[in-house]
Write a protein that binds this ligand. Structure first.
Ligand code: HEC
Length: 130
């Protein structure tokens, strides 16, 4: 839990990175609990937090987290995306059970039934950073 407190600057650094203007980062607070919500009944709070950790540690080196939370896939869609990422050798350090936990988490929270999280425009611009 302590680590989470360190995350927002890391995230903003990653997301806003080089070239961002002074308009955003310091004024905007990103509520991680709102972005990485835990909205359902299937995935426990602990598993939500575990999925969030994987997302932030292993899924934001090539692109920001924005395409992940703005995408809406069902369980199969997320399976396809994650399988493609693993088989392409993009994601190699995450054990299969963590990938499965992430898939369930994403399918429950980012599936088209819920509106996507409200992100500041500067972050949205990073959607297609890949
Ligand atoms: C080694 C680089 C790399 C890593 C690490 C990575 N990705 Fe990606 N990701 C890409 C690239 C390149 C694309 C664009 C091409 C594509 O869709 O496959 C992409 C696209 C995406 C998209 C958008 C797909 C769409 O159809 O719009 C999502 C969602 C996504 N990644 C999720 C993840 C998740 C979840 C993880 C962590 C498990 C992750 N990525 C880790 C390289 C990476």
């Amino acid at each position: 839990m302590i680590r989470l407190r360190m995350l927002p600057p890391v995230l903003l650094g990653l997301a806003l990175g080089a070239g961002s203007t002074a308009t955003g980062a310091s004024a905007q607070q990103l509520d991680l609990d709102e972005v990485f919500r835990c909205s359902g009944e299937t995935v426990s709070q602990d598993n939500c937090l575990a999925a969030r950790q994987v997302l932030l540690n292993d899924c934001t080196t090539c692109h920001t987290f924005v395409p992940i939370v703005m995408q809406s896939f069902d369980e199969n869609g997320w399976r396809g995306l994650l399988t493609r990422h693993v088989e392409n050798g993009r994601v190699t350090q995450v054990p299969p059970e963590q990938i499965e936990n992430l898939r369930l988490y994403l399918a429950e929270n980012f599936n088209g039934d819920l509106p996507p999280p409200d992100l500041p425009p500067a972050l949205l611009e990073t959607w297609t950073s890949y």
